[in-house]
Design a protein around this ligand. Structure first.
Ligand code: SF4
Length: 293
């Protein structure tokens, strides 16, 4: 088993990789999007600029976007690991990553308005979720979620009479498209939609972010949700919002949906919007072996 005491340097590498190198599935999707846009169009120009920036960031190990966002960790740990130690390792790595400029200092006290300067705030900043799992593999998933796209996330309580959205998947479709329409280019489109149906307000938003750890090219095992994911992506791309709101055919790169249990009295739909800087990476530790994907 990898000693917890040496984990900080591996976590630091996970943060560096996440901040400076877009995952292959996201980059492939952006490259395919360029080909769909008209030559000479503003949409194509925006996507080409994004991809140039992605290449430069990888070469120079500099952040893909100046807003390195909220670090959100999901930690799946084997029996016997201390979550208190793991939390400290993660916080140490985040502070070191900030000192090395892989992360911008982003933790601002909402009351005093003071920036801590090292990305360490309260227990929610960075956000860390823990779950104990079978086996002896430690898996750490990291997402860096930008502020602009976080601002255009939305939560709906169905039924919504204004949108004519009832408590079913047809209603879900209506409110998700409403969220995309309202976001326009402000979430730094093309984005990816994480959608949770059900839960309470807190668990619903939580799950809408967790689902964004899925790969863009995977298929939802639930055929109904798989069909809705495809339909929503296609319909969002017909809204004409386009990359950075410049118009065009590419408003979202994908949609990921999960369903939760709910109270009979409630039917929440939460939409987490992830920008084109879809920075998410996974670190796996098995014995002395550490891998990053
Ligand atoms: S929303 Fe995303 S792409 Fe836009 S500024 Fe924030 S991190 Fe960067």
């Amino acid at each position: 088993m990898q000693a917890q005491s040496v984990l900080t340097e591996h976590l630091l590498e996970l943060i560096r990789l996440t901040a400076t190198d877009l995952p292959p599935d996201v980059e492939t999707s952006l490259r395919q999007a360029v080909e769909r846009e008209e030559p000479g169009s503003a949409a194509r120009g925006a996507l080409e600029a994004i991809l140039k920036n992605v290449d430069l960031s990888r070469q120079n190990a500099t952040p893909i976007c100046q807003d390195t966002g909220t670090p959100i960790f999901y930690v799946y740990y084997p029996l016997g690991w201390s979550t208190r130690d793991l939390r400290q390792q993660i916080r140490d790595a985040v502070a070191q990553a900030t000192a090395r400029s892989y992360l911008r200092p982003n933790a601002v006290n909402a009351i005093s308005d003071k920036n801590t300067g090292n990305n360490l705030g309260d227990a929610y900043f960075p956000t860390i979720h823990f779950e104990e799992v079978d086996g002896d593999t430690l898996t750490v998933e990291l997402m860096l979620k930008g502020g602009g796209c976080e601002n255009v996330g939305a939560q709906y309580s169905l039924p919504d009479s204004r949108l004519g959205a009832g408590r079913d998947l047809k209603g879900v479709r209506k409110v998700v498209l409403d969220a995309v329409h309202k976001a326009q280019g402000q979430g730094c489109a093309p984005g990816v939609l994480g959608v949770a149906v059900g839960g309470d307000r807190g668990s619903s938003f939580y799950a809408s972010k967790e689902v964004l750890y899925r790969r863009l090219d995977d298929v939802n095992p639930d055929p109904q949700l798989a069909a809705l994911e495809t339909r929503l992506t296609d319909e969002a791309n017909q809204l004409g919002i386009g990359p950075m709101g410049f118009g065009g055919k590419t408003t979202v790169l994908g949609t990921k949906i999960t369903g939760l249990h709910r109270l009979p009295a409630s039917f929440f739909v939460s939409v987490s919007y992830m920008c084109w800087a879809y920075r998410r990476r996974r670190m796996t530790v098995r014995g002395d072996q550490v891998t990053y994907e």
